[in-house]
Design a protein. Structure first.
Length: 157
């Protein structure tokens, strides 16, 4: 009976994400136990250029026109605005490919329990800086865009 209890505890304690290593852990942070908005200033130290330039332009646009939608009007790590945390956590799969001081982490998950349009595949590009994995870019394989390529029209007046 004890081995069954231990197995049950381990299955509850381990998240649905299949982790491949330290680079994946840098990405997992943004998905579980709760999704975090990548552009939030309190997470800025987890990123590097070119994405940090976009985040700074987004901050500037929000300050200049607080009543308007700024550059980043969705969650880049989700490629969406709406999601079900329970479904995302349960379906999240992370795989990584490391090449020296760079890595790519593929995050695949569902936003909702049903619907083909809820499936997402995101590629996180990372660089090792001072021994820590930092995010350099996020791209959507699902909808074919790259965060660093987004335009941010903050006025320069």
């Amino acid at each position: 009976m004890k081995p069954i209890v231990l197995a049950a505890v381990l299955s509850i304690a381990s998240p649905g994400a299949a982790l491949a290593g330290p680079a994946s852990n840098a990405v997992k942070f943004f998905y579980v136990p709760a999704v975090k908005f990548e552009a939030d200033a309190k997470y800025r130290d987890r990123f590097t250029e070119p994405v940090t330039r976009l985040f700074e332009a987004n901050d500037k646009a929000q300050k200049e026109k607080p009543d308007e939608v700024s550059c980043i009007d969705f969650d880049p790590g989700l490629d969406a605005q709406d999601f079900d945390q329970k479904t995302l956590s349960k379906t999240l799969k992370l795989t990584e490919a490391v090449n020296g001081d760079t890595a790519e982490v593929m995050a695949s998950f569902n936003l909702f329990p049903e619907g083909d349009d809820s499936k997402r595949e995101m590629v996180w590009s990372l660089k090792k800086v001072d021994g820590k994995w930092k995010i350099a870019d996020i791209s959507s394989k699902t909808n074919n865009w790259k965060l660093s390529a987004l335009e941010c029209g903050a006025s320069t007046e």
